[in-house]
Structure formats: structure tokens, C-alpha cells
Design a protein around this ligand. Sequence first.
Ligand code: BV8
Length: 242
Amino acid sequence: MTIPAELIQQLVKATHVAVLTGAGVSAESGVPTFRDAQTGLWAKYSPEELATPRAFRRNPRLVWEWYEWRRKLVANAKPNPAHLALAAMEKRFEQFHLITQNVDGLHQRAGSTAVIELHGNITRTKCFDEDTVVLNWPDTGDVPPKCPNCGGLLRPDVVWFEEAMPETEMNLATQASTNCDVFLSIGTSTVVYPAASLPFEALRSGAIVVEINPQSTSLTSHAHYVLQGKAGEMVPLLLAAL
Ligand code: BV8
């Protein structure tokens, strides 16, 4: 696939680029997406069922162990060419905002700075009751472990379904999306709100919107350019053409 010449021209003259990434960007690092059927012992659960406060209250051990399994998977994963190309791309524009729905921290490990994590980060842990990040705790064998400060349960520092979005990150992401020249939506099914509203806000604000995804989504018919393919192939092509 070649990148359309007029897209390259618009990218080359852009001063402000905003990017939204979803689980598809980490797929080639071996991190399953949410659309991928869950495997093994998690096959019978859907992420929407497990990634909620209700599920944690009902069965904290199960939810904690799901995240432990994902944390190990992410720790063994490596940033792929898409993550690396996005890290290189940020140096090529006056303003570059990388907004991610992913909680795997692979953008930071690829060298991206100032990543806007809309849904938190699976490598961070917080107290369920105090909502404060906890860096370490005594290994008492409790699953989930208990907060050393208040004895409450510890949980991953991620935004679950039906939990409010982090205000600062959401405001930053909205500002970047409504003030950019070009908006790249990469590897997201554009299903989960309010993150999924960002490409549409960019469209409404007059940005050139590009979608990179092997499948089509609710954004596809609205995007100015659709690069139908894998992020690990398309993003390096975009960078090389700059
Ligand atoms: C909120 C962290 C309001 C956890 C995630 C009732 C009450 C309140 C809200 C709601 C409600 N009902 C519905 C909602 C809204 C809800 C929502 O959108 N639900 C969906 C299911 C419809 N949203 C929320 O609840 C949000 N909060 O609205 O708060 C509020 C206000 C005040 C007070 C209280 C509440 C919070 C949403 C955040 C949920 N947390 N993650 C964790 O990770 O465990 S979401 C999680 O799923 C991911 O972070 C990601 O955002 C989402 C999955 O989406 P994608 O990233 O797009 O991944 P997906 O697997 O879907 O797609 C992968 C794509 O990649 C595919 O298109 C595929 O084709 C493509 N692909 C595959 N391979 C490649 C590729 N692309 C490129 N290259 C490849 N190689």
C-alpha cells in the first residue's frame, strides 16, 4: 500500500498533529485486543464484564488475577514498529499529542513522551477506597493485596467501565483533538466513549482525519483517509514519507 500523496503533503505542512491509539496498536506486540476473544481460563469472561467496579466488588480475587495475568503479558511484550514510529514522529512536529486508550505503557517504553493515558496504566496500583496510588505493600499473601494505609483492597490504576474519566487527561485530549491540523486514529474499534468521540471532534474542528485499521469502524466512512492495514506496517510508512 502506498500513502496518498496529498495526505503526505498535508502531514508535511501540519504544525499540530494529534493521535488516538487503541488496542490494535499493541496487537503486533502480542497483547490481545478487547475484540480478540479472551483466551484460556479467561475465555468465559468478556472484558466489559471484568473491567468494572461491580465485578471487582463481587469477586475481587478474580478481577485482580485477570490483571495480574495481563500485567505479566505486558511486561513480556515489546514495543512494535508502530510504537517506535510514533515515538520518532513526535519530534517531527511543532505540536504532537499522543492520546492512548491503552493501559500497557508500551508507548512510553518505545520512547514517546507526554503520553495522554485516558484509561490509566495497568502497571500502577491504587487503593480502591482511598483512590490513591500505592507504590508498594507487604506481601501478606492476600489476593487482592491490602492497602498498607487503610487496609482496603488494592486495585489496578485503570479506568473501568462506568467509572468517570480522568478530568485532566480528558481535557488535554479534547483540546488536542479540536486544535490539530491532522488527527490519526490508529488501532481502535471506536466503540468506547468518550474516547471514541475524539476523532469526530477533530472532524468537526476542521482537522484532516486519518484512520489506520485493518477493519472498518464507525469512523471509516467519515475519515478523509483510510489506510486499511496493520499499524506496524502503516505508521512506519507514514513516518518514512515525512
Ligand atoms: C464513562 C481500561 C461516565 C480498563 C477501558 C453506563 C454508565 C456510564 C457509562 C456508560 C454506560 N454505558 C455505556 C457507557 C459508556 C462506556 C462505554 O463506552 N461502553 C462501551 C462498552 C459501549 N464508557 C465508560 O464507561 C467510560 N466512562 O463514560 O464515564 C461517567 C461519568 C461520571 C461518573 C461515572 C461515569 C470509561 C470507559 C473506559 C473503560 N476502560 N480500559 C482495562 O483495560 O482493563 S476500555 C478498553 O476497551 C480499552 O482501554 C479501549 O478503550 C477499549 C477497547 O477499545 P479498542 O482500544 O478500540 O480495542 P478493541 O479491541 O475494541 O479494538 C481493536 C481495534 O484494533 C479493532 O478495530 C481492530 O480491527 C484493530 N486492530 C487489530 N489489529 C490491528 C488493529 N489495528 C491496527 N493494527 C493492527 N495490527
